[in-house]
Write a protein that binds this ligand. Structure first.
Ligand code: ADP
Ligand code: ZN
Ligand code: ZN
Length: 738
């Protein structure tokens, strides 16, 4: 007889342990770790679903107390990957807290009842010459959607229909209409074909330079010798990191193994995907958050069956069930989106390293501005540090001018554009080159306050400042609460009520007055509320349909704009005021990445950084494009203060609809934590957002150099919650919060 340990799919901390069941002989060869099964549960033997986590020959209970597994919910191929992923889930539960079922649900594919989709590939049905003539005609008739599809196909004939609709923000109706006109033909394939069907000739398009070759050779030598490491690739923007990734992937695939490439959702563009398809053909697949459960499952199934070798996608792609995983690449490694927002709040970097360890794979982290965490580990020899110091196409790094806004004001300039920026904008417009204006206002969304008494308009439910919209309304970004702005201050009745800083809308308005003829695009939360708005704006700018693009941090990533020669950063220091130990790191990274957009393809690129604190080290080192000097100062600050990565920090968030109760639970937790002497407990205190939707929030911070001690404290808190179940509050853990 064989027995299976099964985690029941019920989200109760009490039931978060395996229960043993007997495996009926008919199912014997199908029940493997990761299998999704139905079992009778509880007194009424109600059928419930669960995951098999282990199979053994020994019963743990009296055999007549052990029930039989009822049936398989979904049959899986025998796949080593599921075993690996379950072990990863166990590690995640231990490392980040929460229940095992939460971790299992994160790593294992959602088994939806799957409707098989037919894949459709779209090909050009006219000659390139004809297409290019039609393209011009369409543009003159303002048939922009059709024009876009045609242009994409002229670039790359034969692309998946869903990739086109998804990435070129058009609809199937548009493409069907084009087919009726005989412009394209649509070929339907059977299930499981790649979503992108390019032929992919396997060869690289550019010869690698000396620096790139050195790294790829070192990797190949390590890999062949069976050495698996984590490499940190620090390479300036445009230094050819993506070419290096492709080379490493090619090497790994040639040895019969598979690759996962994580990229932030925001840089997952048509161009990026096509770059990989061009080289690797239909062995590549990609994933993004807008896939339906069925589509997602379909992708995972193809991976599990070995029908693809490369998966590209945001952080969830880390759990692609490859059974022969050889490499995990994390591009833009410093990005905040690699940290999960829900329990378990895992970080993709650490989790990738653990998955790679389980699979015998290597990890490559890449960034122009590595996270302080990753660089610290590289310095200590935990990761191998690689550097690419030059832009691959020979373009120089841009010239950076720093402007002190206090001085501008003294000189009588009350506009948002300094003299230097104005001068360079005029020159660029005159040469018909493109300009990007970037306003850094992360965590600082244009709030309204009283300049006489300091009163700030806040949301009555969420305790965050409301932000001003041109409609005259104040809005809460958390719960959507709206209220009209008042002319006088509710507190002191003065008339000095106004927005603190310029938003993108005001910049646009001023710019229109200044340059009435310039074509301007704006990208912010308001202009990108619908699906695909983001890519449409970037695409229009790339197609040179505008001279100036104004935006928040959203415009820093994504497309390449060869015509941009000037980047203006209007208020560089705003993110410095965020109440957060990573504020300087974020500022440095945003400024450097923004500056890196200038002059990527040409010899000339200029950047103007306008700031109230030119002397601040994150602003000053970004102006010099000097990562090292930034890192030195930042790491000494972190070490001094005991912040990550010099030490570890655990944030415990306690939430309850009753303020008193939340406070009491938080005190219990901090008292418990204080019994651990090696760690320093701070709080409890109100969270920076003390209330969301009338739920009160308290936090306890626990600091310790040893991560292991923090997980032990977390275990104790979880034990306390199990011993004294409490439905009126909720506790969440966040290790090394961002
Ligand atoms: P990164 O990922 O570091 O921003 P990319 O790999 O996208 O850099 O390279 C930037 C540009 O330079 C791309 O257009 C790429 O094709 C080109 N490129 C990369 N490596 C080389 C090389 N060795 N020779 C010529 N062009 C290169
Ligand atoms: Zn006032
Ligand atoms: Zn609110």
């Amino acid at each position: 007889m064989k027995y299976a340990d099964i985690i029941i799919e019920i989200s109760s901390e009490k039931l978060d342990k395996p229960f043993q069941y007997r495996i009926p002989s008919a199912l014997e060869d199908k029940i493997v770790p990761g299998a999704y099964v139905c079992v009778p549960f509880g007194r009424g033997s109600r059928l419930i679903k669960g995951y098999v986590v282990e199979v053994s020959d020994t019963p743990k209970l009296d055999t007549d107390k052990i029930k039989d597994i009822d049936s398989l919910a979904v049959v899986d191929e025998d796949n080593r990957a599921y075993d690996e992923l379950i072990r990863l889930a166990v590690w995640m539960k231990r490392h980040y807290g929460g229940t095992l079922i939460q971790s299992l649900k994160t790593v294992l594919p959602v088994r939806a009842s799957i409707k098989r989709r037919v894949r459709r590939t779209v090909y050009l049905n006219v000659s390139i010459e004809e297409a290019s003539r039609l393209h011009a005609e369409m543009l003159s008739k303002h048939q922009v959607a059709r024009g876009r599809v045609l242009a994409a196909l002229m670039d790359e004939d034969g692309a998946d229909m869903s990739l086109i609709t998804d990435k070129l923000h058009t609809t199937a109706a548009v493409i069907n209409a084009m087919e009726k006109l005989g412009l394209v033909k649509i070929v339907a394939d059977e299930e499981y074909r790649s979503p992108d069907i390019g032929s992919g000739d396997g060869r690289r398009k550019v010869g690698l330079n000396e620096q790139q070759l050195k790294l790829t050779r070192e990797f190949a030598e390590d890999y062949c010798a069976g050495i698996r490491k984590t490499y940190l690739l620090h390479g300036v923007t445009g230094s050819g990191k993506t070419e290096v990734y492709m080379e490493l992937i090619a090497h790994v695939i040639a040895s019969g193994r598979q690759a996962i490439m994580l990229i932030p959702e925001i840089s997952l563009t048509f161009q990026t995907v096509m770059r990989f398809v061009r080289r690797f053909g239909d062995r590549v697949s990609y994933m993004h958050s807008r896939l339906s459960a069925g589509e997602r499952y379909d992708q995972w199934e193809r991976a599990a069956r070995g029908l693809i070798d490369i998966m590209i996608g945001p952080r969830s792609a880390l759990f692609t069930p490859f059974s022969r995983l050889g490499i995990i690449i994390i591009d833009e490694e410093h990005e905040g989106s690699y940290k999960a927002e829900n329990m378990p709040r895992y970080h993709s970097r650490e989790t990738a390293i653990e998955r790679a360890r389980l699979a015998g794979a290597s990890v490559v982290l890449g960034s122009a501005t590595p996270s302080v965490d990753a660089y610290y580990r590289a310095e200590r020899g935990e990761y191998r540090l690689w550097e690419l110091t030059d832009r691959a196409k020979g373009a120089a790094l841009p010239t950076v001018h720093t402007v002190d806004l206090r001085q501008e004001l003294l000189n009588g300039n009350k506009t948002m554009f300094s003299g230097k920026l104005t001068e360079l904008m005029e020159a660029a417009l005159g040469r018909q080159e493109q300009i990007m204006l970037f306003i850094n206002r992360r965590g600082y969304a244009g709030f309204v306050s009283c300049r006489a008494c300091g009163y700030v308009f806040k949301c009555p439910h969420c305790d965050v400042s409301l932000s001003y919209h041109r409609s005259g309304q104040l809005k809460c970004h958390y719960c959507g609460y709206e209220t009209p702005v008042t002319k006088t201050c509710p507190k002191c009745r003065s008339k000095y009520v106004g927005g603190m800083r310029a938003g993108t809308q005001r910049i646009e308005a001023e710019l229109k007055l200044k340059y009435p003829k310039a074509r301007i695009l704006r990208m912010d939360a308001d202009t990108t509320s619908r699906k695909n708005d983001y890519e449409r704006i970037l695409k229009d700018f790339a197609d040179e349909k505008a001279d100036i693009l104004i935006g928040t941090q959203m415009i820093v990533k994504g497309h390449d704009f060869p015509k941009v020669t000037l980047v203006g950063i209007l208020a560089a220091d705003m993110s410095l005021y965020a109440l957060n130990y990573r504020a300087a790191e974020r500022t440095f990274s945003l400024l450097t990445q923004a500056a890196g957009r200038a002059g990527r393809d040409v010899s000339r690129g200029e950047v103007v950084i306008q700031t109230y604190s030119p002397e601040n080290y994150s602003v000053a080192s970004a102006a010099r494009q000097d990562y090292n000097s930034f890192y030195r100062q930042e790491i000494s600050y972190r070490s001094l203060m005991g912040y990550p990565p010099a030490a570890h920090l655990l944030k415990v968030l306690i939430e309850s609809p009753e303020a008193e109760h939340a406070n009491k639970i938080a005190s219990d937790i901090s008292n418990l934590s204080r019994t651990a002497e090696a760690a320093e407990t701070i709080g409890p205190s109100e969270d920076t957002i003390a209330r969301i939707n009338d739920i009160y929030r308290f936090t306890v911070y626990i600091k310790c150099e040893d991560y292991e001690i923090l997980t032990q404290i977390k275990d104790k808190i979880e034990q306390l919650r199990q011993d004294r179940p409490d439905s009126r509050s909720r506790v969440q853990f966040d290790f090394d919060p961002l």
